[in-house]
Write a protein that binds this ligand. Structure first.
Ligand code: HEM
Length: 444
């Protein structure tokens, strides 16, 4: 949720002689943070995440609310996702870490340093300073729990095994998966999104610093999104508009948007997850060299939409319904049976839907052996899509949709999944609480 309150990290720069001033600044920032939360009514049970229309670097997204920010929040232009492995054996350390992360996240999303800056220059300062002078940039920090928090190699590490949601499954192996274990899994996950890449990276870096002796980084992936003109759907690295068909809150009065139903966990799972969501993250390399040598009309058959307009094949406007039943004069479907959008459509998946919140990635070049004709080998782009999808239950969301897609999709000849993670993202935090409190305070 955009918010008029925005404190520059510059205001947090404290010189050795400015302790009194700094205390005053912090106190007033604290007051402002509190009043922002109260005026916006961000208490448990209320819906959060809709923009109030404020944009630009000074805009801040509310940290506290019924749901974690960074899910329903309109997408920022940059993203940095990291998964970490817990190294501590003590449950109390995990709770203390989540408490410290919560405090730092609330500060950083409001444009402040991760921790109050120490005036003792002989010690680390409580923030490395790489985002000093930068505005909040709509930073959101979204936290998730991997299966390893609950059970690791059969061991109930922190007394949480009984609270593992059935929906937090071990993802099955999908057709074509070429997963690199070093890019998969993780006990904890943080997704940082911001309109400035340095703000997003800084935030994760500070959280990692705070976690130092309790959790270690496992994998990380940065991503970016085209800053498309307002109202335009951004294009991905394949040159297609990506994000056209996503659940929304809007809709005619007799047909309200399905957003809440699709995204937020409800009474079907453990109470501690109610109002949370499940994130499926996949690192998907796209064979850009191969794609760039493919005729545009074939590309359109692969996706099932027109490249320029984003309209379903045979139509002219982007947001027209797919019309999957349409056939040509020979009786062939206008949107091919193996087109990506047909296989992704709710109508083809028993009504299953997910909220896609993906980013493109570019990690330079790597030596790659193509698995499709023309079977080239050599240095190729290591670029593609950091696919991020939120849903109330991955068994009826991502798995339901991707299982047939992984076998039949024409897009598969251009893409390879090489990283994967599934995380239970708990509900939002109330002022004074901490991320995951509902889990730790219900489990024995
Ligand atoms: C590199 C990989 C991928 C690319 C480049 C890609 C690209 C696209 C594009 C261009 C569209 C059409 C525009 C839109 O509605 O947003 C689309 C739709 C969609 N994609 Fe993907 N996608 C990828 C992977 C996936 C994966 C792994 C899933 C897994 C479930 C998925 C699920 C969907 C769904 C559900 C839709 C909407 C279908 C509809 O109802 O019309 N995509 N994707």
């Amino acid at each position: 949720m955009s918010c008029p309150y925005a404190t520059s990290r510059r205001g947090m720069l404290v010189g050795a002689g400015g302790l009194l001033a700094a205390t005053t600044v912090r106190a007033s920032a604290q007051t402002q943070l509190q009043s922002r939360v109260q005026t916006q009514g961000q208490t448990q049970g209320q819906t959060q995440g809709q923009t109030q229309g404020q944009t630009g670097p000074a805009a801040a997204e509310a940290f506290y609310g019924a749901h974690q920010a960074g899910i329903a929040t309109p997408q920022q232009t940059h993203c940095y996702v990291m998964a970490l492995d817990l190294t501590t054996t003590r449950r109390a350390d995990v709770v203390a870490l989540l408490q410290a992360w919560t405090e730092a996240a609330a500060r950083m999303t409001a444009g402040k340093t991760a921790e109050p800056l120490s005036t003792d220059l002989s010690r680390p300062r409580g923030d490395g300073g790489s985002a000093l002078d930068l505005p909040p940039s709509r930073l959101t920090l979204t936290f998730g729990f991997g299966a390893g928090l609950f059970v690791q190699k059969g061991a109930d590490r922190y007394g949480l095994a009984a609270q593992r949601p059935a929906a937090l499954v071990d993802l099955p192996r999908f057709n074509g998966d070429q997963l690199d274990p070093k890019r998969c899994g993780g006990d904890l996950m943080v997704q940082a999104c911001a309109d400035d890449p340095q703000v997003a990276f800084h935030a994760v870096r500070e959280l990692v610093r705070i976690a130092y002796d309790r959790a270690h980084p496992r994998w990380a992936q940065s991503g970016f999104l085209a800053a498309a003109p307002a109202g335009d759907t951004p294009r991905n690295l394949m040159g297609f508009r990506d994000g056209t068909q996503n659940p929304t809150t809007a809709g005619p009065p007799d047909l309200p948007g399905r957003f809440d139903d699709v995204v937020w966990a409800g009474a079907e799972g453990p109470a501690w997850m109610r109002g949370g969501s499940y994130l499926v993250a996949r690192r998907i390399r796209i064979s850009l060299e191969h794609w760039d040598r493919t005729e545009v009309d074939f590309q359109e058959q692969v996706i099932g939409r027109h490249k320029m307009s984003g309209a379903p094949l045979g139509k002219t406007a982007e947001f027209e319904p797919l019309g999957l039943d349409r056939v040509d004069s020979d009786g062939n479907p206008i949107i091919p049976q193996n087109a990506h959008v047909r296989l992704g459509a709710a109508a083809a998946n028993g009504g299953a839907e997910i909220l896609r919140r993906s980013y493109s990635y570019n990690d330079g070049l790597s030596f790659t052996a193509e698995r499709w004709p023309p079977w080239r080998q050599g240095m190729m782009y290591d670029a593609g899509l950091l696919f991020l999808a939120y849903q109330r239950d991955p068994r009826t969301g991502f798995i339901r949709i991707f299982e047939p897609m992984s076998k039949l999709d024409a897009l598969n000849q251009y893409v390879t999944h090489n990283g994967s993670g599934l995380f239970a993202c708990p509900p939002g935090v109330v002022l004074g609480g901490y991320v995951g409190q509902s889990l730790f305070e219900t489990a024995g």
